[in-house]
Write a protein of this length. Structure first.
Length: 627
């Protein structure tokens, strides 16, 4: 299996999301309908005259430039091979109304002599005992298939020159492949298209189409016959138009006076955030992956293409700012209802179809965040029907949270210990308690809003009054517990959990978003100053917590944006903009925010296109710039 860590660019439609590295190599195709990521590798290259294979995405003589067509999810990668003086412009996009990935390659001969050009594709899919991949070449189509799906690769105009089903890896570097078999049991196979002689300054183009479906043999052939008729040039125009209209519709902050390069980068990230969120969302269920998948071999992490309820709640806040309220409601009314346990809690993470994903514990703030998020959405839309539709769900969650908080305060220790939001420490955490405080406060506000809706149901109103009273008492208890157990009088600051006296950026959650304390209280000011002394790096970025060793303990964009939100709450916009500046300066060339930043190079160090980070970016922009 090929090791792949960085997704430098992401494209997609409502069903499929694909990612690329900065050299234009297709890394992954994720299907929200099936929750599958199909591609192990998809490598392309050219053979020029009698040369060996020249990979388009990795050759010592290649140079690269990559960008999106402005305001779209259409990706352009410009490749120049300086040895043969060939210019390649690669265009990638996924159709809006068809689940078809189109890859256009335009080759221009910048040499002074004729060049004989062949184009090669070497594709390998993930294969296993329960997902055994075979391949066949018929009717100008390479179909890699298993019991569950067909992965079709074909051109709408060019014919396959030669193919190899088996043992491609043994001779692919020569640029010559051949096979007597049209069908075989191999997870990786290859095809060649002969583009012929390209004269100096002449350009030739080939379109490669990838379609994935679960159809039977004859149906699959009929589907290919339908797709092959697509006018790919018109389709690209449709895709570009769709995303430009989408961006215009959701451009609610409208940044003004874009003059400097810094301003342009800020706007680029803002627009890319709007265009990214739908590519992380399951259009059917409302579930949202944290990011496009990385590290399938689990060499450095537990993978990312899952839905953490907490992360999704942060994202829904950004969706509401961008007037994507329908997507927010689908998350709460569909996905959250589908994934809630009978006892009222939410587990650590899920597939976006609602099935439980691999977990290693639970985090109590996942459950608290959902209740908090429900009321946050109501504050934007002011639709009481939404509150009534989610009331039972929130009441079940609140019941579980009450049981948990009483277990903590009364020191019964009967419930399973919870992880913190970083999933690295089990115990009692300030952020977790703050999230419960936020959930109880939100539940009380929900009751205030819907109380009169039950004026003909006195039993329900009486129950609400009793619930409110109990929640108000618990709010007092939680705040008291935090002050007595999570504030260190010696260092005059709050601490991350009851076992350690360390600083953690998530302590600020007690101010924003959960409002346990106000930003100008002396204990909070002292804590923020201690965070500056311990977590702020010399580059201006913030680490998550002291002694963080995950991926060598880099500054995190989430942590830095959290500090920006705190400064905004405190009325210190200049300091907030300094934090925002760090995130803007360290975003990728394509405008994607990464999870972490290398403190020496100021380049993305891990997970590029993190939904949570883009959500907090939108939250900061909204507070700083929206009129």
């Amino acid at each position: 299996m090929k090791t792949k860590y960085f997704n430098d660019a992401i494209i997609g439609n409502k069903n499929l999301t694909a990612s690329y590295n900065k050299e234009g190599e297709l890394l992954r195709i994720f299907d929200f309908k099936t929750e599958k990521q199909y591609v192990d590798f998809f490598e392309t290259g050219i053979k020029v005259n009698d040369s060996n294979l020249i990979y388009t995405h990795k050759d010592i003589n290649n140079t690269y430039k990559q960008k999106y067509i402005e305001d779209t999810n259409v990706l352009l990668t410009e490749i120049k091979n300086t040895y043969f003086n060939i210019k390649i412009v690669q265009t990638d996009f996924i159709c809006i109304n068809n689940d078809v990935l189109i890859k256009r390659y335009a080759f221009t001969n910048k040499n002074k002599v004729d060049l004989d050009l062949k184009f090669l594709i070497h594709s390998k899919l993930h294969s296993g005992e329960n997902n055994f991949i075979g391949a066949k070449v018929t009717k100008e189509v390479l179909t890699q298939y298993c019991h569950e799906y067909n992965f079709n690769i074909f051109s709408n105009k060019s014919k396959i020159h030669s193919h190899q089903i088996n043992d491609t890896k043994n001779n692919i570097t020569t640029g010559e492949i051949s096979d007597k078999d049209y069908i075989g049991m191999s997870s990786d196979s290859s095809i060649i298209y002969d583009l012929g002689i390209i004269k100096p300054d002449e350009k030739k183009t080939i379109d490669i189409l990838i379609n994935i479906n679960d159809m039977k043999l004859q149906e699959n052939e009929e589907e290919i016959s339908r797709i092959i008729k697509i006018d790919t040039v018109k389709e690209q125009a449709k895709v570009a138009s769709y995303w430009k209209k989408y961006l215009k519709k959701h451009n609610t902050i409208e940044l003004k006076e874009i003059k400097t390069m810094f301003d342009k980068k800020m706007e680029q990230i803002y627009k890319r955030s709007i265009l990214l969120f739908p590519l992380l969302s399951n259009n059917f269920t409302g579930g949202m992956i944290a990011s496009m998948e990385i590290d399938e071999q689990l060499s450095k992490c537990g993978r990312y293409a899952y839905c953490w309820p907490r992360d999704a709640v942060f994202i829904t806040k950004a969706l509401d700012i961008l007037e994507m309220g329908k997507e927010t409601e689908k998350f709460y009314k569909n996905f959250c209802k589908k994934t809630q346990s009978d006892n009222g809690m939410w587990e650590q993470r899920f597939y976006t179809d609602g099935k439980l994903a691999p977990c290693w514990g639970y985090q109590i703030d996942e459950t608290a965040s959902v209740v908090f998020g429900v009321y946050s959405h109501y504050e934007i839309k002011k639709e009481k029907k939404f509150l009534k539709d989610t009331l039972k769900m929130c009441e079940k969650a609140t019941k579980f949270l009450k049981k948990y908080i009483k277990d903590v305060i009364e020191e019964k220790n009967k419930m399973h210990v919870s992880y913190d939001l970083w999933e690295m420490h089990e115990g009692i955490h300030l952020y977790s308690l703050s999230s419960i405080f936020g959930a109880f406060s939100s539940m009380n506000k929900i009751y205030d809003e819907i109380y009169n809706e039950y004026e003909k149901n006195r039993i329900k109103q009486e129950k609400i009054r009793k619930e409110k009273k109990e929640l108000e008492e618990l709010l007092v208890c939680i705040k008291k517990y935090i002050l007595e157990n999570l504030y260190d009088n010696n260092q005059k600051s709050f601490v991350r959990n009851i076992d350690e006296k360390n600083m953690d950026i998530s302590i600020l959650g007690a101010v924003t978003p959960f409002n346990v304390f106000t930003p100008k209280e002396s204990k909070i000011i002292n804590t923020a100053q201690k965070i500056d002394l311990t977590l702020r790096t010399y580059t201006g970025g913030y680490k998550r917590f002291e002694n963080d060793n995950y991926m060598d303990g880099n500054p995190w964009t989430i942590a830095t944006l959290w500090m920006a939100l705190y400064h905004i709450e405190k009325g210190e916009k200049k300091k907030a903009k300094e934090c925002l500046s760090f995130v803007i300066k360290t975003a990728s060339e394509n405008g994607l925010i990464s999870e972490q930043i290398n403190n020496d190079t100021l380049k993305p160090e891990w997970v590029i296109g993190l939904g949570w980070a883009h959500a907090m970016y939108i939250m900061v922009l909204e507070k700083l710039y929206k009129n």
